[in-house]
Design a protein around this ligand. Structure first.
Ligand code: ADP
Length: 210
């Protein structure tokens, strides 16, 4: 079991300044959770080197817009073939919201893609928060079951699915932190934010949690 102790470090990935820096769009913030690191970074998840990146998929697993489209474009058509096989063999009616499945990463720098379905925002009274929590937890559980060490998430549900990012960031960070406090096989969980605005929101949330 990981110890629950946490401490925070703030630095720029490029210039090692002890504050957030957008030099060449590289901004990194890290928090220690037990033996693992919870990292926030700004960038394109398709360029992240990790054991797995998580895809904000839809339940069809047949690709889509946003980060889903970007991952399939960068990873190549074999990922879609693997998704089709998963649909045929495991989830003929589609992957339910909150669940996660895994394929290889093919042409990506990441070795695997964990495809997870986030909730569509309907105003917050249809179990969206619990479903979003399950997305993060089930993705991390799958990574642990496969012996993976480094996992990167986009900000699930906060694009086309309309989940307010301030509320989603609290769930993303709290769920990751709680998971790492109870599971010591993961080394690093990275939350990759696609814009400076989103990154700053996650930084604000993390600063109030840690
Ligand atoms: P959802 O349908 O779950 O809302 P989206 O793909 O529409 O999924 O958006 C989820 C988040 O992913 C948004 O914050 C969006 O800005 C972000 N995003 C889109 N493309 C990328 C990318 N290449 N890398 C990282 N994040 C991305």
């Amino acid at each position: 079991m990981a110890s629950g102790s946490t401490s925070s470090v703030l630095h720029c990935g490029r210039c090692s300044h002890k504050y957030i820096c957008f030099l060449k769009s590289v901004a990194v913030m890290e928090f220690k959770v037990g033996k693992a690191v919870l990292q926030l970074t700004c960038g394109d998840i398709t360029e992240i080197e990790a054991d797995a990146i998580v895809n904000a998929a839809n339940s069809s697993l047949m690709g889509g817009g946003g980060v889903d489209g970007a991952i399939h474009r960068a990873g190549g058509p074999k990922i879609l073939e693997e998704c089709k096989r998963i649909r045929e063999t495991e989830w003929p009616d589609g992957l339910p919201t909150g669940k996660a499945v895994i394929t290889s990463g093919r042409n990506l720098k990441a070795k695997h893609v964990i495809h997870a379905v986030g909730p569509v925002w309907h105003g917050g009274f249809q179990g969206e928060a619990e479903l979003l929590k399950q997305v993060y937890r089930n993705s991390l559980k799958l990574a642990v079951a496969r012996g993976l060490k480094v996992v990167a998430f986009p900000s699930i549900s906060t694009g086309a699915y309309g989940y307010p990012i301030e509320a989603a960031s609290i769930i993303a960070i709290n769920t990751t932190k709680a998971f790492l406090e109870n599971e010591d096989s993961l080394e690093r969980v990275i939350h990759v934010l696609f814009s400076e605005r989103d990154f700053r929101i996650y930084v604000g949330t993390a600063s109030s949690i840690f």
